[in-house]
Write a new protein. Structure first.
Length: 71
């Protein structure tokens, strides 16, 4: 934390991510549908691995079952 090219960007991203997870939980959406990873721009292979792994995870979760609210 704090070791970010954009100064405190990773600290802000963590806060935003945690708020997003709380909101999803309140809405009844599985919080496993979001993920935060720290990957350097020099880690292309790691990015591809994480993206593929996360894609498989979300596919395994199935539909989000989000229903629009009546007006």
């Amino acid at each position: 934390m704090g070791d970010c090219h954009y100064l405190d960007g990773n600290v802000k991203a963590t806060r935003t991510f945690e708020m997003t997870r709380e909101l999803l939980d309140l809405l009844g959406i599985d919080t496993e549908r979001v993920r935060l990873e720290w990957i350097s721009s020099a880690e292309g292979n790691k990015f591809a691995e994480v993206a593929n792994e996360f894609t498989e995870k979300v596919k395994a979760l199935g539909p989000a079952n989000i229903r629009p609210q009546a007006a």
